[in-house]
Write a protein that binds this ligand. Structure first.
Ligand SMILES: Nc1nc2c(c(=O)[nH]1)N[C@H]1C(S)=C(S)[C@@H](COP(=O)(O)O)O[C@H]1N2
Ligand SMILES: [Mo]
Length: 219
């Protein structure tokens, strides 16, 4: 894939996060009784919005922007920024949960619903997985049923402002009911597949499913 802005990731940061995964840091073991709560087990509320990345924040200019939605679909899409922004807009309010134990409530989003894209590309029968590819070389994977939810958006506004570069602007994925590492920033390509393909953190000790209420942090 194309990742023209990609120098080496911050190896130390990655190594320490991998060590957390190995040690099971932040696991409380109380997932079951907490399932009904708004704040997932082991999480604490923050009011700011922390920035987490691999030490690269690609500058996705209008000229560099392209979104491909392809793979096991009837009608592959390849959109420039104007074409993407012309798709119907969806507004939502949702919470964010990061595996590093912060959660932030009531984020107001605007973007294009995952279901709008799925209606356009039409996944072929037997398509069960979605892989996100980003401009910094990051990848992450979810099951199609996790992407195909009404609250999943490709967002371009947060709290009325354009998504900043550090948070993955101009367009990032938002899957609010999974840990935030599943929400690819600077998204470049959405690949639909019959088979799964674990992404950057999933191959470094993070859980494949990433449900915060089940404490699916590592594994
Ligand atoms: N392209 C890309 N997307 C990414 C990441 C990344 O390094 N590159 N980091 C992930 C992780 S580990 C987290 S916790 C969230 C952080 O998003 P934020 O910086 O907007 O809080 O982005 C996720 N999406
Ligand atoms: Mo993260």
């Amino acid at each position: 894939m194309d990742a023209p802005d990609t120098p080496a990731p911050r190896e130390k940061l990655i190594a320490s996060k991998q060590a957390w995964a190995r040690d099971g840091r932040l696991i409380t073991g109380h997932a079951d009784e907490s399932y009904e709560r708004r704040l997932p087990p082991g999480q604490r509320l923050v009011r700011d919005w922390p920035v987490l990345d691999l030490g690269i924040q690609p500058d996705v200019t209008k000229l560099k922007f392209r979104l491909d939605v392809d793979g096991a679909v009837e009608h592959p899409l390849s959109l420039n920024l104007d074409e993407f922004m012309a798709l119907p807009a969806t507004h939502s309010v949702s919470d964010m949960h990061c595996v590093t134990a912060w959660s932030r409530y009531d984020n107001r989003w605007e973007g294009v619903a995952a279901r709008t894209l799925l209606d356009l590309v039409r996944p072929k029968p037997g398509t069960n997985h979605v892989i996100f590819h980003s401009h910094d070389g990051y990848t992450t994977n979810v099951r199609l049923e996790q992407f195909d939810q009404p609250d999943v958006l490709l967002v371009y506004r947060w709290e009325g402002e354009p998504i900043s570069r550090e948070h993955g602007g101009p367009v990032r994925v938002l899957i609010p009911r999974l840990f935030l590492w599943k929400s690819a920033k600077w998204v470049r390509r959405i690949e639909l597949r019959a088979s799964d393909k674990p992404g950057f953190w999933e191959t470094r000790g993070y859980h494949n499913n990433a449900d915060p209420w089940l404490e699916e942090r590592y594994g």
